[in-house]
Design a protein around this ligand. Sequence first.
Ligand code: HEM
Length: 210
Amino acid sequence: MNTQHNLSSRIPTRSPDTPPTLGIRNSTEGYGLIAIALHWIVALIVVGLFGLGVWMTGLTYYDDWYRRAPDLHKGIGTLLFLIMILRVVWRATNVAPDDESGISPLQLQAAHLVHLLLYLLLFVLMSSGYLISTADGRSIDVFGLFSLPAIVTDIPNQEDIAGAVHWYLALSLIGLAVLHALAALKHHFINRDRTLKKMLGIPPQPTDQP
Ligand code: HEM
């Protein structure tokens, strides 16, 4: 009896045509489930918070949402901060997927700079939001789960300065995110590479461009 043949026939092997499944962690071939989930959750929250922020500044004292909208904005903003900490830790402890071939070094550098700026803008934006909300010494209540104490309260005109910084950074972040999304769509529809597919968790197909 050929034992070697019997043993190897019992080991399940993946046919070269079977696409690899999506892992929890990143690989050099693409982003993993956690990085993908974090990316799209953050994207959704950023757009939602921007819309909510613009809408709530137009509310008057007599509107039902006059107090509830800012509470929601602050609560979600604080949760976003925690999610972003998790994202940075996950990013630092995972490999970055390989860049697509055929993209010029300058374009790659620009893309990486935009990613870095998106992270930085988000953190400064959230910090300025914290400084507006806590300028009067009141802590931020996060949906009754916990509260964030007011630590810095003595900057002159803190609320106004932090408010202006918050508004202009929010505009810059949305502008940069639109640019970033357009670049992703260009890669998908014009270059026809896997840049967007990697962030959507679509595994490589035999029909993909090399
Ligand atoms: C408002 C929201 C968004 C923010 C803050 C954001 C932020 C980021 C960041 C920081 C990265 C780098 C990830 C890393 O290196 O770990 C990234 C990657 C990526 N994002 Fe976004 N993003 C947003 C919206 C979008 C949208 C709307 C699209 C698609 C239309 C998109 C498509 C992508 C793709 C394809 C990558 C991977 C790029 C690559 O591998 O070179 N993003 N995003």
